[in-house]
Design a protein around this ligand. Sequence first.
Ligand code: ADP
Length: 253
Amino acid sequence: DVAHGAILYLDDITVSFDGFKALNALSLNISAGELRCIIGPNGAGKTTMMDVITGKTRPDVGKAFFGSTIDLLRMRENEIASVGIGRKFQKPTVFEQLSVFENLELALKGDRGVKQSMFFRLNSEQADRIGDMLKLIHLKDSAQRTAGLLSHGQKQWLEIGMLLMQDPKLLLLDEPVAGMTDEETERTAELFLSLEGNHSLVVVEHDMKFIHELTRDNPAKKVTVLHEGSVLAEGSLADVQANEKVVEVYLGR
Ligand code: ADP
């Protein structure tokens, strides 16, 4: 009964911590190539949802499928990363002492790159891929810079680039523009919109300006509002913003 074409299918997921339901019968479908924004107040269950998808937290009940065949609840955390799900946490984590280029090089080579020599010669196709990525993440002119010297926004882009070197089908992004300048936020929206279609993206975000930018090209694009561990509303940004239950949750009763 996996929804046709869904890259991610969560059905009736409940997660309890000492009897408290962080997720309460949560169901969510993400289509292949979709960019889905997920909003919701603190404590809504957004992080717990990401933890379930990536195998960090096991639900009490429910189903979680990646594509139509991969049962995420039967996989270990490290296996889930290798099937094509990339997760970006809120804080940037890059190798601060290495150059931007070397960070991407390591990401491309994966674990082997770290264990064996990271200075294994790149073939021309790999070098081209890194070059293309540098352009995409707006760091072409900073390729030789030490990553630790980048701005906060640039570090976030670098980490996103590192995730993309592994060519994930689904990217999970936790408040990617927190702490970014307006210009960096706009560039990040452009980047995500350029990934949409080829990748599926789930973006958890508080910054409504960013959500506006991500949905501007297509006002019908779906936005999901989580509250108390389940979906409170789902629909276009205009629809969910006009939804009475959503207004109540955000403005207080
Ligand atoms: P969000 O990311 O939307 O802010 P979370 O998923 O972090 O929400 O948390 C949902 C609820 O579950 C919160 O009330 C939080 O306190 C609770 N919670 C999350 N993780 C744990 C845990 N490991 N133990 C106990 N309670 C938790």
